[in-house]
Design a protein around this ligand. Structure first.
Ligand code: GUN
Length: 286
């Protein structure tokens, strides 16, 4: 029997908790506000930020979507970020990626005040993550760890293969899984023997953004498969990096696309926004 890891359902349960938390904060005369900055017209970003807005509003938070022109300079973007760093009513700030090619996302991440960096991408927060002291963690890896925990999937001594070394998913996830006592292999575009590595792995996470990243035949029976990929097929259907049908036969547990990891990313963003608001307003909640 293959377990379908239902991120949508877990996110629904968290929505309830988050609504209560936001209501408690507001009942103390305080507020919760998330600000998201987009630059240009990336269509996928519009969809993702729309989902974030919908959820934030549904929870009773304040939400501001700052839409900046494609042509904005690095310096001008930094100035916009600085203004939200200084705004005491903004508790959580993120700059949606990808940015246009002329903008350097690393320099952008350095501009965000670390205590408002709800994406966990500032060097301070990434450093704290490497030291196992993190308070703000990139939301997708945090969501994956939450899914595994909720489904009682213990990582201790297990072989975990992560495919994709991005700063926002693969690299921070490799730290979190190592801290959870897995033996982690971080594979990437130059990895030579991906199928051999897949055959040894108890848990495989793909965050590549390419369908059929490995064939089902390469996967060990009973592996846990976590799919971070979101790929739109020619017919408009959304699929992950794993071929869901063939992989489901081999896996002991698998995340669907959509409805697996995606809803957890948004849920963790809300959780960390609430944490930022509590911390910055020195609130004491039960
Ligand atoms: N682009 C796709 N996912 C994310 C995310 O979680 N945070 C940011 N900032 N950009 C993204």
């Amino acid at each position: 029997m293959t377990t379908i890891i239902n991120g949508k359902e877990l996110a629904k349960q968290l929505t309830q908790q988050h609504k209560e938390r936001v209501a408690q904060i507001k009942s103390q005369g305080a507020s919760v506000k998330l600000v998201v900055i987009t630059v240009g017209q990336d269509p996928a970003s519009k969809v993702y930020v729309g989902q974030k807005e919908k959820k934030a509003v549904n929870l009773g938070m304040e939400f501001e979507w700052v839409r900046l022109d494609e042509e904005i300079s690095q310096e001008e973007l930094h100035q916009v970020i600085q203004s939200y760093n200084q705004a005491s009513d903004c508790h959580a700030l993120l700059v949606q990626l990808p940015l246009p090619d002329h903008l350097n996302p690393n320099l952008v991440a350095e501009q965000i005040a670390p205590h408002k960096d709800v994406d966990g991408l500032h060097p301070y927060n990434l450093g704290q993550l490497a030291r196992n002291q993190a308070q703000l963690i990139p939301c997708t890896p945090k969501g994956i760890m939450y899914l595994l925990d909720q489904y009682d999937i213990d990582l201790t001594g297990r072989q975990a293969l992560i495919i994709g070394r991005s700063q926002i998913v693969g690299t921070p996830l490799s730290l979190l899984m190592t801290q959870a006592d897995a033996t982690v292999t971080l594979a990437h575009s130059k990895t030579q023997n991906l199928e051999d590595l897949a055959g040894q792995a108890d848990i495989i996470v793909s965050a590549v953004g390419k369908p059929n990243v490995i064939p089902a035949a390469a996967v060990k029976d009973g592996a846990v498969l976590i799919d971070v990929g979101i790929n739109r097929q020619a017919d408009g259907k959304l699929v992950g990096d794993f071929d869901y049908e063939s992989m489901s036969d081999k896996a002991s547990a698998i995340t669907p696309v959509p409805g697996g990891v995606g809803p957890m990313t948004v849920a963790m963003l809300m959780e960390q926004t609430i944490a930022c608001a509590i911390q910055q307003q020195n609130l004491e909640l039960d």
